[in-house]
Design a protein around this ligand. Structure first.
Ligand code: MN
Length: 130
């Protein structure tokens, strides 16, 4: 059995951050969390997670700026990023991809869809339908 994949979740809303951690741990991911972009960038460099799940609306640097930073840095540019956007706004989504994010998901998060996106980006395979 493979070691669990490591997910870094950057989310400033504490209840949502805790829920993301709990739900992803239940799906057997090794989950690390950050509450702002600066902390997230630091952890991305030190942990080298398999994937980053990032809220785009954060205090201080927003998700678009952080994504651009992570993709500019040789240390972190290979880590796929899933953007979490507050609205299903088409403009927001396009901006996440332009900023270097690999995929996006809207709030409220559908964890079944999120799991598929994570596994697809990490392994290039879809999870079996349950
Ligand atoms: Mn937020």
């Amino acid at each position: 059995m493979n070691a669990p994949a490591t997910v870094l979740a950057i989310e400033d809303n504490a209840p949502l951050r805790n829920m993301i951690q709990r739900r992803l741990e239940r799906l057997n991911f090794d989950v690390h969390v950050a509450e702002n972009g600066e902390q997230g960038e630091r952890l991305a460099r030190s942990i080298q997670p398999d994937i980053i799940l990032m809220d785009m609306h954060l205090p201080g640097k927003n998700g678009w700026e952080i994504a651009a930073d992570l993709k500019r840095s040789e240390e972190t540019r290979g880590i796929p990023i899933i953007a979490v956007t507050a609205h299903a706004m088409a403009g927001d989504r396009e901006r996440t991809i332009r900023a270097g994010c690999n995929d996006y998901i809207s709030k409220p998060i559908d964890f079944h869809i999120l799991e598929e996106k994570i596994r697809y980006l990490i392994n290039g395979t879809a999870v079996p339908v349950r």
